[in-house]
Ligand binder design. Sequence first.
Ligand code: NAD
Length: 325
Amino acid sequence: MVYKAQDMSIAAVIGFGTMGLGIAQNFAEGGLSVHVVDRDADALTRGLTQIRANLAIGQEQGVVDDPDTIHARITGFTWDEFEAATVGIQLAVETVPEVMDIKKEVFARLDKLPPDVLIGSNTSSFTVSQMTGDMTTADRVVGLHYFNPAHLIPAVEIHHGSKTSEDAITQMIAIMTRVGKVPIRVRKEIPGFIINRLTGALEREIDLLLDQGVVTPEDLDAAVKASLGFRLACIGPMEAEDFIGLDTAYRVSNNVFKDLSNATKASPELGEKVERGELGIKSGRGWYDYSQTTTEEVFAARDRKLLQQLALYKSNTPRTPKAED
Ligand SMILES: NC(=O)c1ccc[n+]([C@@H]2O[C@H](COP(=O)([O-])OP(=O)(O)OC[C@H]3O[C@@H](n4cnc5c(N)ncnc54)[C@H](O)[C@@H]3O)[C@@H](O)[C@H]2O)c1
């Protein structure tokens, strides 16, 4: 066994943006020292400030005991300081932008790390094989698909490339479990993995419903939160079909599927919003207007809700037994 999840004590997180800060916070809360690396020195300052604010909300909600100790485990480095940032690490997770050239540039550098360093990639849409084709040590790269905000959402999809070793996958699952995540193994290499494929199917249908004026964005959010979302947090889609009755589910699917969107591109309206710079919370406007509030207030309100949800989720495990059990 080359990688030893139980002995890991220092991790590097490459890319300290939206996802990198949540991943770093999760590692630090799990007891690891974390070296965060970003090309942009301002991103280091912003991320460390945001983690401090996140930890304060965690303390207020009773899930974080000692925010100062957790925060002190995280040290910032610039991309030029990569060598210093990776001294002594046992785990490196890249979470740089979803641009193939940037991913490959980072993997070229990660390839030179000592052979006992396990490598994870938080890509959302590339397969591990697509990103690691030029590496000589692709066997140690495991796809780690976190969900935003990464310090609170339990699941991490674990996916592999054609060269990834079973040892690397096993130890990645073990370290994710050690830091409190719920690792979900994706058993075949497939773009979008499991959850981004489901999200894509939902988004495609949302585009159609909005485009045809069936519902407003506000009513759509209200409907999903009060129905699918409400139920899915504790009853998975397969369990839900068992409650619905498979006969009913079968008939409804046959009646509805033929009418669903089969679009192969994102909606023009979404593209127009991006063109106008309406990018969501980070630009102050997306589907909603955030100009009357601060980013910190929006994140704090989100985290308070998710922390309550997390407590309920934790009280809701274990899984339902399988049909053959
Ligand atoms: N945003 C999400 O909800 C989400 C969810 C799951 C997965 N992801 C994936 O996570 C990855 C990062 O996404 P994000 O939303 O955090 O992006 P982001 O733009 O918020 O952060 C990326 C960070 O990487 C830095 N960076 C760029 N090049 C670098 C380099 N060579 N070395 C070090 N740092 C570099 C940038 O300065 C930036 O701070 C992407 O692969 C994305 O698809 C995102």
